[in-house]
Design a protein around this ligand. Structure first.
Ligand SMILES: Cc1cc2nc3c(=O)[nH]c(=O)nc-3n(C[C@H](O)[C@H](O)[C@H](O)COP(=O)(O)O)c2cc1C
Length: 201
């Protein structure tokens, strides 16, 4: 089968992207609204792009009603955000936090997350997350109306105690991240394997 992307609907392109390009890492982004409501939501059009400078990228589409997502509004207003990573322990809360609730309500409450302070950014991080990156917006690109790309520079990393070797900075196998597949489907990273040689541990 050969598909011409120009003739596909955006929903068809979305289904093909998320059905073929997986597992995708999940950025559970936490921000605070201008009215002081703690917000969080998952984003899997997300990745790290470089370590020098330390850069993450996230892609935002509109909410179901066509309005901007609360997360991108809060990022554009403040120039800051927090990327919390998702492991098995917080997967259920992450999934609940994707519900498109009113701006006056907090996904921290619906998902059962605890806000914890950051050092450099004014938004809260999620205390239960295995790791949280405090980010400053490096660049914002409105690619077309309703599709925003945000590049963030990572300023600080909070990590759950015991997950990182303080000397080598290697991350322990006890870290159990969850990946996004498609629709309501996710995967764990329990079936790991090694190939011979080449890269040092
Ligand atoms: C695992 C997962 C990944 C998602 N990835 C994205 C994404 O990359 N971009 C996006 O715009 N929405 C994505 N969504 C949808 C948002 O999380 C959802 O619209 C959320 O309600 C936005 O909340 P906000 O309005 O508080 O920002 C994803 C949802 C789930 C469950």
């Amino acid at each position: 089968m050969l598909l011409d992307f120009a003739t596909l609907s955006s929903l068809e392109r979305y289904k093909l992207f998320i059905g073929l390009v997986f597992p995708r890492p999940i950025a559970l982004i936490s921000t605070r609204s201008e009215n002081g409501v703690n917000n969080c939501a998952p984003f899997s059009f997300f990745n790290v792009l470089s370590e020098d400078p330390p850069v993450v990228i996230v892609s935002f589409g509109p909410r179901g009603d066509g309005t901007p997502k609360h997360t991108i509004k809060n990022i554009l207003r403040t120039g800051e955000f927090v990327v919390n990573l998702v492991d098995e322990a917080i997967a259920n809360g992450m999934h609940i936090s994707a519900d498109e609730i009113a701006e006056s309500e907090s996904e921290f409450d619906t998902a059962g997350f605890t806000p914890a302070p950051c050092v450099e950014v004014k938004h809260p991080r999620i205390a239960e997350a295995p790791a949280s990156f405090e980010c400053r917006t490096l660049k914002h690109i409105e690619l077309v109306p309703g599709r925003d790309f945000v590049f963030g520079e990572v300023r600080r990393l909070h990590v759950r105690d015991g997950l990182i070797d303080p000397q080598t900075k290697r991350v322990s196998d006890a870290y159990r991240p969850v990946g996004r597949l498609y629709a309501n489907r996710y995967c764990t990273t329990r079936q790991r394997f090694s190939l011979p040689g080449r890269l040092p541990d």
